[in-house]
Design a protein around this ligand. Structure first.
Ligand code: SDX
Length: 428
């Protein structure tokens, strides 16, 4: 095994260097503090690995993304979201018997407890669907209890996983129906995963919804493209919360909340609002790029930049192609796509973005596709959560399968006041 050498105050410390499958290397500092009294500091964990993982591989410089070794481009074209979910969670593509059993369990678990419908009466129609989603997912543990100690003995984990993957659709669709004052449309046992979601979202007793196979295929690809992305903010949150041995529902609830942020999954909603702003306020693309570069301006080019990708996000390339295909197929004129492509060209030609290697990320084009499907803008991040759920579950399982389970507890460097006296009120 190779070793890295740290020399400090005359002492010499040898730190093991471990290799990943794709020749990535890491210095293992597990014993650094015990041996040297030193810790490392890495705000935002830009250089710090929290775990080893066999689920997803990303090469940010070459724009590579693979789930369990299979390129995302192949899965988006040839797989289904439920098959990809199985692959991520169980580590292999299902054989026919496994596929059928998984599909049947998803179907069986698509409804939510009738008592949970009353929760929606308490949400105002204007409630953000991510607030509803996180609330309802956490509440699943009330109606479908499963705690850590039972999860792996009695197969409760497998049941909790299918319950979450199936019911998240139902909760999302019900939040939309609640926001528009329409009756809930129950899941159907004769529809596949994505078709069932579209039916719950857009069918109504007075206006039947016809499922278009191209829309169903696009939704499958959208969810596949979002299904996992190694140790991003929300996945790291799911792992950290799950490391306390809380149940899977609560861990996923935490991940949903982390994803909501505009720097993370919330960006897809902000991209559309940014593009609409340019269109409605008559902003020029040049103004937009200039504002994004202005340090005194909090405005950012949403959908641009990435911690890992210093090249095109491979998902953005696929999504852009899907936009073209669907726009042509449905003969839709979507002015936002023209603005998006103009914005992309302007940014990619600008030294500020070139020097910082800022490219379109997964959120830049996904919103345009969701709009085409009919998803309201404030539900775009909910769609991201539906897609990312299998990845969160897979990462949670991988952490719990690793023995021993270590609770996540980072260190800090204290920079506050030294030992101080308590000053009584009349002396302050
Ligand atoms: C997702 O991690 C994942 O894998 C996430 C994700 C997943 O699948 O889970 O891929 C999903 O969250 C995609 C990212 C969605 N977020 C956005 O589109 C929001 C806009 N992007 C930025 O806020 C930013 O690029 C981040 C948050 C994505 C990444 O931030 P970093 O890695 O901390 O980089 P940084 O903020 O330190 O930026 C480096 C430089 C800075 O300028 P300088 O201080 O060097 O002068 O680039 C600038 C930044 O100001 N910059 C941008 C910018 N992104 C970075 N400037 C303008 N517009 C932007 N979008």
């Amino acid at each position: 095994m190779e070793r890295a050498i740290l020399e400090y105050k005359g002492a010499r410390y040898e730190l093991p260097v471990i290799d990943g499958t794709e020749q990535e290397r890491a210095i293992d500092i597990s014993n650094l503090r015990k041996d040297s009294g030193l810790i490392t500091l890495d705000v935002g964990y830009q250089n710090t690995g929290s775990c080893t993982s066999a689920i997803t591989f990303i090469d940010g410089d070459r724009g590579i993304l693979r789930y369990r070794g299979i390129p995302i481009e192949v899965l988006a074209e040839r797989s289904t979201f439920t098959e990809t979910a199985f692959l991520l969670i169980y580590g292999h593509l299902p054989v026919e018997a496994e596929r059928r059993a998984f599909s049947e369990r998803l179907t069986e678990n698509s409804m939510i407890h009738e008592d949970m419908l009353r929760f929606f009466d308490g949400f105002p129609p204007t409630a953000h669907p991510m607030a509803i989603l996180s609330t309802m997912v956490n509440a699943l543990s009330v109606y479908y209890p499963g705690y850590f100690t039972e999860d792996f003995e009695s197969g409760t984990f497998d049941l909790m996983a299918v319950r979450l993957i199936s019911k998240i659709r139902t909760i999302a669709a019900y939040s939309f129906k609640h926001s528009i004052g329409e009756p809930f449309v129950y899941p159907r046992h004769d529809l596949r995963y994505c078709a069932n979601f579209l039916s719950m979202m857009f069918h109504s007793p007075v206006k039947p919804y016809e499922i278009d196979p191209d829309i169903e295929k696009a939704l499958n690809a959208l969810l596949i493209l979002h299904a996992d992305h190694e140790q991003n903010c929300s996945t790291s949150t799911v792992r950290l919360v799950g490391s306390s041995m809380v149940n899977l529902y609560a861990s996923i609830c935490a991940g949903i909340c982390a994803l909501w942020g505009p720097l993370h999954g919330g960006a897809n909603q902000h991209v559309i609002e940014m593009l609409e702003g340019i269109q409605q306020q008559g902003l020029s693309v040049r103004d937009c790029v200039a504002r994004a570069k202005d340090k005194d301006n909090r405005f950012r080019l949403f959908g641009f930049g990435h911690r890992i990708y210093k090249n095109y996000d491979p998902r953005a390339i696929i999504l852009k192609g899907m936009c073209d295909t669907l726009l042509k197929k449905f003969n839709i004129s979507e002015p936002l796509i023209d603005i998006a492509m103009e914005l992309e060209s302007a940014a990619l030609a600008d030294d500020f973005f070139i020097e910082r290697k800022l490219y379109p990320n997964v959120d830049f084009y996904s919103g345009i596709l969701y709009r085409m499907i009919g998803i309201p803008t404030n539900m775009f991040t909910v769609m991201f959560a539906i897609g990312r759920l299998p990845g969160w579950i897979a990462q949670w399982k991988e952490m719990h399968d690793s023995v021993p389970l270590k609770i996540g507890r980072p260190r800090q460097l204290y920079t506050g006041p030294p030992l101080s006296d308590y000053v009584p009120m009349d002396q302050r």
